[in-house]
Design a protein around this ligand. Structure first.
Ligand code: ATP
Length: 234
């Protein structure tokens, strides 16, 4: 396993938000975190990168205990979070956004990013503030790749995007995964999840309550109904 969370507990002040998170991710896998709003999915990713440090439990990355190390050191080890609000520098061009956080030893060079995201190449000299929502998401993913991650964690990457752009980003994430990249994804769009993922974890009230392979999940209407409120009769 490249990433393991064992009985992780996390707090915002006195609020006990993560109440026992147990997750394993193997190298090269795509794994999703599913669950209703407020279940603790984003907080789980924040605990992995040390922004909401785990107060109990253990987080191991590539065999090393990263539970108590600072966020920048976790990032240096190759754990990269693309947050929901993307964090594009609006006054910089697309290319400047990509190169500013690039690591010299990254396997991902500008040309690799432009090969996967041709739209970014077309817009390379445009300001980050002039991109569509989909292009901003592509830029956020491209910029993350330039930091030489070993695991890419994405928080609702296609939220609010038009279906045609969603399809484009799903295809791009498949290409990125095909290079061997491990992906941990929060996504509410079940079609996107089931197109991409090998396995799913369902989180409810800060606990992992269910784990399934993609095939098991696809066949299990009861789980979808119970934990995700998907109205299958509709
Ligand atoms: N900065 C914060 N301070 C205090 N409580 C917070 C903070 N951020 C989130 N919470 C609370 O923590 C709980 C889990 O939130 P989290 O964002 O992890 O949920 P989520 O599963 O990602 O759902 P969503 O899709 O709504 O983001 C919620 O009850 C939320 O209100």
């Amino acid at each position: 396993m490249i990433l393991t969370l064992t009985d992780v507990h996390g707090f915002y002040g006195k609020s006990h938000i993560l109440q026992s998170i147990n997750i394993n991710v193997a190298a090269g896998e795509v794994v999703t975190l599913l669950g209703r709003n407020g279940a603790g999915k984003t907080t789980t990713l924040k605990s992995i990168v040390g922004v909401v440090p785990a107060q109990r439990g253990k987080i191991m990355f590539e065999g090393e205990d990263i539970t108590c190390i600072p966020t920048h050191k976790i990032a240096e080890r190759g754990v990269c979070l693309v947050p929901e609000h993307r964090g594009i520098f609006k006054l910089l061009t697309v290319e400047e956004n990509l190169t500013m956080s690039a690591k010299r030893d990254s396997a991902w060079k500008l040309d690799d990013i432009y090969r996967i995201f041709p739209r970014l190449k077309e817009r390379r000299n445009n300001g980050g503030g002039h991109l569509s929502g989909g292009e901003q998401q592509m830029l956020a993913i491209g910029r993350a790749l330039m930091t030489h991650p070993k695991i890419l964690m994405l928080d609702e990457p296609v939220e609010g995007l038009a279906p045609v752009i969603v399809d484009e980003i799903v295809a791009q994430l498949k290409l990125i995964n095909a290079t061997g990249m491990t992906i941990l994804l929060i996504e509410q769009n079940l079609e996107v999840c089931t197109q991409l993922a090998d396995r799913h974890y369902i989180i409810e009230q800060g606990r992992v309550v269910h784990c399934a392979s993609n095939q098991e999940f696809l066949n299990d209407d009861a789980v979808k109904d119970r934990y995700l409120g998907v109205n299958l009769a509709a």
